[in-house]
Design a protein around this ligand. Sequence first.
Ligand SMILES: Cc1cc2nc3c(=O)[nH]c(=O)nc-3n(C[C@H](O)[C@H](O)[C@H](O)COP(=O)(O)OP(=O)(O)OC[C@H]3O[C@@H](n4cnc5c(N)ncnc54)[C@H](O)[C@@H]3O)c2cc1C
Length: 488
Amino acid sequence: MTAVTPTPAADTGLAVLERELKRDLENLCRPPANWVPPRMADGQPVADVAIIGGGMCGLIAWFALQSAGIRNVRIIDRNPAGREGPWLNYARMETLRSPKQLVGPAYGIGNLTFRAWFTAQFGESGWERLDKIPRPMWMEYLRWYRKVLSIPVENDVNVDAVLPAGDLLRLDLSGPGAGAGSLLARKVVMATGRDGTGHPTIPDFVRGVSRTRWAHSSDDIDFTRLKGKRVIVIGVGASAVDNAAEALEAGAAEVRLLIRRREMPTINKMMGIGSAGFTAGFPDLPDAWRWRFMHYSMVTQTPAPRGSTLRVSRHPNAYFHFGKAVESVRENDAGLVVETAGGSRLAADYLILGTGFTVEPLARTEFPGYAEEILLWKDRYAPPPDERHRELGNFPYLAADFSFQERTPGKAPWLRNIYCFNYGATVSLGKVSGDIPGISEGAAWLSRGIASRLYGEDVELHFQAMLDYSKPELLGDEWTASEIDRVV
Ligand SMILES: Cc1cc2nc3c(=O)[nH]c(=O)nc-3n(C[C@H](O)[C@H](O)[C@H](O)COP(=O)(O)OP(=O)(O)OC[C@H]3O[C@@H](n4cnc5c(N)ncnc54)[C@H](O)[C@@H]3O)c2cc1C
């Protein structure tokens, strides 16, 4: 499977689509008027919600909040405009894994789907010819999504810390676009991505190895430097395989994938059971069932896509070595010596870690001094011995509205105002805050949860508004009062 580069159709166009979309939004009365009473603190306006991350999750979270009448929302991303998320940074696959039909962040609006955007430019015949979505094209679609909905992402701004400030949260900002250096918000949404509640997984065996000799798959790797080099890739998940393919295509002398498991994972279990029922039912399952599903998914591992695997194996100098957990990596003048389980010893010039990401809230710099107060699964649930799993235990144990909960009640009550709208929510709420398929559903739950909390917190103001409301619907000239003049 190779990426399709479609040719634009003459008779269609984005301008038409954008007009139709505008009409859809008008017909649906979106966005409704803001209903959240404005707040000021220390002479500055308070944002009702601040979203950290302007990738797919941040964009749809913003749209869902607007659609719920929560209009005073800031959205911030550390990357330059149009470079949010992995797609043009470290994602290295030719196409998305997801089938092209997935509606993703369309939020129930047909004219906001990838399909509508694509066919507006390349026609129905182009759609028929399209196999999978080319990776850069998905980013182009997200850019259009942002533009057409006028989403005011503040780029080149890093959120260094989220700190309690009375009943508010203060975000400390840095970077070229940071302006005032901080902002106050009532609620914060962490739409911070695949490693948004953790970090890239760096195994101990690279400790001490010079940084010019290895990279994690999420690093910026200059593949041209790997021409003629012996490359070892650790792992066989999607990222490992995509990075192996890039190295091979850049002219690496050889690429060896060292794989701990004895057999290739071949079945995408989670995709197999995806349904509206799973999405709706999963968050309400008892802990034991939620854990069991996620544990099984983790231990069986999602296979790399077929196209990505073929992209590697069509090179005669690509090798898949199974049952070869790395035991040590040593560096000498000639390069690296890698020792694996079973006593194999390999020489290499460069190592790429396709080891994925670890969920570990403690590693996030945005929660200085209080990350350890986040309630985790291991605090709440003790699995049976055959289902123990260290990483699953480190996932945050979230409330139904994506908010963090406290480990010790009363020690960090502001955690309830921080919402984990990223991969870290998976064990608590399922696959609705990261991957493309369930993202609209997740955004709807998130915005409903935030709307409910904002309303509840301001209930006195809203009740006062009811008392104060005095605009008559009847003006007094619609009826005449009569005396009863007849007794039956
Ligand atoms: C390589 C790769 C391939 C994938 N392929 C698919 C696929 O084919 N199908 C599928 O369904 N899913 C796929 N996914 C999963 C998922 O769709 C993506 O991870 C997607 O990018 C999730 O969107 P997001 O908005 O949560 O995160 P991102 O797109 O990563 O956006 C998060 C944003 O947060 C910003 N940010 C983080 N911390 C801060 C901070 N402190 N201050 C300011 N900004 C911050 C980052 O700059 C980033 O732009 C893939 C993931 C990866 C990593």
